[in-house]
Ligand binder design. Structure first.
Ligand SMILES: [Zn+2]
Length: 479
């Protein structure tokens, strides 16, 4: 020891100074993403992809456990097909990337690169659903979509992103409504239990719902800077698409009926939430349940005889219990500490000659920085328990933060004051008129995030116009 380590990882901007720059620095320094060659596209690097894969694997399991099958539909949509449902095409038209040529040859009809795949599934269902026996159809696909965005940021808003999109068809409106609820709850469970991010569950207003949907359900999370992020949506289509695409089935009496549909999606945007909810000025913080490496062993004074052997033995022993790795490179321990803090690995295990003599290791948790000495004989019970504690603590910290940053506003002055001073979610009553919703957005840049399922009556009158209120809405500035 005593030697100063000159290889410290590059510093990141403090989040209090410039949150947007902090975000960009973390994305880069934690080696999650690089920029693609076409503006707004991203290269998800191995570490970023490993985290996404853990999220994806859990969600995929939940999707299958609820009876869905994975399928793969094409990347391309003929223009005529995209135009079949009027609201839908109007909603997506400004963001569609078009293919106009195949090689040198100009195409007779333009082809859209899918911005979402509703119309492809509808066309397929129209041909493949005939009888009530064919229902429900419960399909999901993992893939990428393209939306030509003007301003882009890695994960949060990119021209191409990865996601899953579920598309289902049911015999009755009620069945479709149940499915819409069920998948919203799957998303909420995933985000709360695995990503340790508390979410609000509710319905989008008419203005904010998905183009072509009957209604849209959403989970909304609060980021560290007090802005909201829509984190997953589930749409009830009723028979709107079925009528446009003529998707019918013969019921048990032999009468022709329209099917009732849903779609639901969760994307790599959730990686943005992960960074902005848990990250700090030392970098990323990854909840243990989705961390590719849950514990990193850093041998101390590894040139001394026996240290590396013991460290490798420890790794082998722990690898049956947790996702553990070892850094036995010749970089200085100080560099390694910083590097794995930047990457947000939940626990660091230090082991040097003195520890070996005492038959112990040092555990350092990423979320609090606390150190503890643990006897080797205790480690196999203590380490998994510590990972659980970290998972719980991250959720609790995020929930406390959200509660601190949730306010009530009864009029426009209060709404503006809260938004300018602390941001966060604002509970306010609404008359249901879209004109008020638009005025709030115009005056404050805050949008309606959701009409929560758990309603409260925080006042009698609309926050904007003062007329009788119908519902409570969560408002926030959002990503
Ligand atoms: Zn109003």
């Amino acid at each position: 020891m005593g030697k100063k380590n000159k290889q410290f990882v590059e510093k990141i901007t403090a989040m209090e100074d410039d949150f947007a720059q902090w975000y960009t620095d973390v994305v880069k320094q934690a080696e999650l993403v690089d920029y693609g060659q076409v503006k707004g596209t991203m290269i998800i690097k191995p570490y970023g992809y490993a985290i996404w894969e853990n999220v994806k694997d859990e969600l995929d399991r939940m999707i299958k456990e609820t009876g869905h099958s994975n399928v793969a539909f094409p990347l391309f949509i003929p223009e005529s097909l995209l135009q079949k449902e009027k609201d839908h095409v109007e909603g997506f038209a400004p963001e569609v990337a078009w293919v106009t040529h195949g090689g040198e040859e100009k195409l007779q009809e333009r082809i859209a690169v899918r911005p979402t795949s509703e119309v492809l599934f509808c066309e397929y269902y129209a041909k493949n659903i005939h009888s009530y026996r064919d229902l429900p159809k419960l399909y999901n696909q993992w893939g990428n979509v393209v939306r030509w965005e003007k301003t882009t940021r890695p994960f949060l808003r990119s021209s191409e992103f990865h996601w899953q999109e579920g598309h289902t068809a049911h015999a009755t409106d009620e069945d479709a409504a149940k499915e819409t609820d069920r998948m919203l709850n799957v998303y909420a469970d995933l985000v709360e239990e695995y990503l340790a991010i508390p979410v609000l569950r509710g319905r989008k207003t008419e203005k904010e719902k998905f183009a072509g949907a009957n209604y849209t359900l959403t989970i909304e999370a609060l980021m560290h800077d007090g802005k909201a992020l829509q984190s997953g949506t589930s749409h009830h289509f009723g028979s709107g698409f079925a009528e446009a695409f003529n998707i019918t089935y013969l019921d048990e009496n032999g009468d022709s009926q329209y099917v009732h549909q849903t779609s639901w999606g969760l994307s790599t945007r959730i990686m943005g939430a992960l960074i902005m909810v848990h990250g700090d000025n030392r970098g990323l913080v990854v909840p243990p349940r989705i961390a590719p490496t849950q514990a990193m062993i850093v041998p101390i004074a590894q040139h001394k005889e026996g240290v590396l052997d013991k460290a490798y033995d420890l790794r082998d022993k722990l690898s049956n219990l947790v996702r553990v790795d070892i850094d036995a490179s010749d970089k200085m321990p100080g560099w390694k500490f910083n590097e794995y803090e930047m990457k947000g690995i939940p626990v660091r295990i230090e082991m040097g000659p003195k520890d070996i003599d005492k038959e112990q290791v040092v555990l350092v948790r990423r979320d609090t920085g606390e150190k503890e000495f643990v006897a080797l004989t205790e480690l196999e019970t203590r380490l998994p328990a510590l990972l659980d504690e970290i998972q719980q603590n991250l959720y609790k910290k995020a929930l406390d933060h959200r509660n601190e940053k949730t306010s009530v506003a009864k009029n426009m002055d209060e709404l503006k004051t809260v938004l300018d001073n602390q941001g966060g979610f604002i509970k306010a009553m609404w008359c249901g008129d879209i004109a008020c919703e638009e005025k709030i957005k115009e005056d404050t840049t805050a949008t309606s995030r959701c009409i929560p399922f758990e309603q409260e009556k925080v006042s009698d009158t609309c926050v904007c116009c003062g007329k009788d209120a119908k519902e409570m809405v969560y408002w926030a500035r959002a990503y």
